[in-house]
Design a protein around this ligand. Structure first.
Ligand code: CMC
Length: 428
């Protein structure tokens, strides 16, 4: 942090505000004492210019299309690492050596099973329940089953609850899927990789051995890496805000899942594939591009645009490459991929999208891959939640470990009625 100051002048008064420098990225103006000094708040709905916390986990340069986890570029991690190693990195700050990574994998594998009584929870849901509805409920309910790791002031409790959440998420998501299609639940198989175990629990059946397709397992693992963390997005900020009151981690992650569900956030991959299906063939694209540009039409190109990226989302680059790998491995072809490529090309050459710097984001291609692997659209956001859980717990841990942490409590610009007297109903 540096020793620069900013001066704010309002109505003849000036206020000196400290300016802090991060290791990279924009400086921030420290306004914590502004209200005390000036009796004014700052106004920033949607937090477009507000740094809500200090963090050393993830860095995004939206103008350049850069995403780093603990300094490592997402492209390198997606190419050369795997999801549990990235999880360790996010949680602990450094890449593990071989022995440490083996121990971490072993630890995670020891927490993959759910308390048997949790299975009753699933039976209470309608068969057509959205997997995200089940995930919100079941993850929140973990608080009732794992009391031995909910003392957030104890670092060991925080470590165990983090490991539990990362380990149990694949089991919870796979069971949500199995329940929706009426197949029996499969218990985890800890001899498989984190992602391989999830694939088996999702697509396997107890009646016969499940054959993992290594290329698909690798693609799925890469998709998990691409979704592992993304700085202070809406769901992560939700987890931090929920956690700031001292709520237990299972409740906080359930809050994050609820926020992720929305179509402007994690639900966009489901919405993007539905949109591509609606568009169908490339000849219909111009009509939908015109709709997306029409201010009187609520239609937006799903999987396009991002609050932070004003350049190509680096995750979308990896995703587009992964589509081809999965198609080759499974020997499938989906004409929607051609539609998506053409839509991207047309939009990137359209003045509206160029001027507003709207590029494909991570969700534009992920639906096509997940669909080719065999997931129904309703599972897409559940997969995002599974992977993002590591980011959520790492961010939550970072916040709770900070001795200066306070409850999150934004203020407002009040525009309602000023004080007035109550009028009895007969006099109104
Ligand atoms: N299609 C058409 N116009 C768009 C789009 C789009 N996908 N995205 C933004 N715009 C326009 C928008 O109408 C606005 O125009 P104007 O300035 O004339 O009013 C301008 O671009 C800025 O949009 P905004 O809504 O103010 O920008 P934002 O930063 O608040 O929203 C966003 C970002 C991601 C919510 C938005 O781009 C969007 O709705 N995209 C589609 C949904 C989507 O793909 N979401 C996934 C995000 S990445 C995964 C994740 O983080 O969960």
């Amino acid at each position: 942090m540096g020793d620069k100051n900013a001066t704010l002048s309002v109505g003849g008064n000036s206020y000196e505000l400290p300016v802090f420098e991060g290791s990279v990225g924009p400086d921030v103006i420290d306004i914590r004492k502004l209200y005390g000094q000036s009796k004014m708040f700052t106004y920033d709905p949607g937090y477009t210019s507000t740094a809500s916390c200090e963090s050393a986990l993830t860095y995004i340069d939206g103008e350049e299309g850069v995403l780093l986890h603990r300094g490592y570029p997402i492209g390198q991690l997606a190419e050369s690492s795997n999801f549990t190693e990235v999880s360790y990195l996010l949680l602990n700050g450094e890449l593990p050596d071989k022995e440490t990574l083996d121990k971490f994998n072993w630890t995670i594998s020891r927490h993959t099973m759910l308390h048997e009584q949790l299975i009753q929870f699933y039976r209470g849901f309608r068969r057509d329940a959205h997997p995200m509805a089940i995930m919100c409920g079941v993850v929140g309910a973990l608080s009732a089953f794992y009391h031995d790791s909910t003392d957030i002031s104890d670092p060991e409790h925080r470590r165990i609850s983090s490991h539990r959440l990362i380990a149990k998420m694949p089991t919870i998501a796979a069971m949500a899927y199995k329940y929706s299609i009426g197949q029996p639940f499969l218990y985890p198989d800890n001899s498989l990789s984190y992602t391989g175990n999830f694939m088996r629990m999702t697509f396997g059946v107890p009646a016969e051995p499940y054959e993992l397709h290594p290329a698909v397992e690798r693609a799925m693992d890469r998709i998990f890496i691409l979704h592992a963390d993304h700085e202070q997005n809406a769901s992560t900020s939700t987890v931090r805000l929920a956690g700031s009151s001292g709520a237990n981690p299972f409740a906080c992650i359930a809050a994050g899942i609820a926020c992720l569900w929305g179509p402007a956030h994690g639900g966009a991959n489901e919405a993007a594939l539905n949109m591509l299906r609606e568009i169908g063939t490339p000849d219909k694209i111009p009509h939908y591009i015109e709709r997306a540009k029409d201010k009187n039409d609520p239609f937006r190109l799903m999987g396009f645009g991002h609050r932070v990226y004003k350049n190509y989302d680096p995750r979308a680059t990896v995703m587009q490459k992964t589509v081809r790998e999965v198609f080759d491995a499974l020997k499938v072809d989906d004409p929607l991929f051609e539609t998506a490529l053409r839509l991207e090309e047309l939009a990137l050459h359209d003045d509206y999208f160029v001027e507003k710097k709207l590029f494909p984001n991570v969700d534009f291609y992920s639906g096509i891959i997940l669909s080719a692997i065999g997931f129904p659209t309703t599972m897409f956001t559940a997969l995002f939640a599974l992977a993002r859980t590591v980011g959520w717990v790492a961010q939550w841990n970072e916040m709770i470990s900070d001795p200066g942490q306070k409850i999150g409590r934004p203020r407002q610009l009040y525009t309602g009625p000023t004080q007035r007297d109550y009028v009895p109903v007969e006099n109104r």
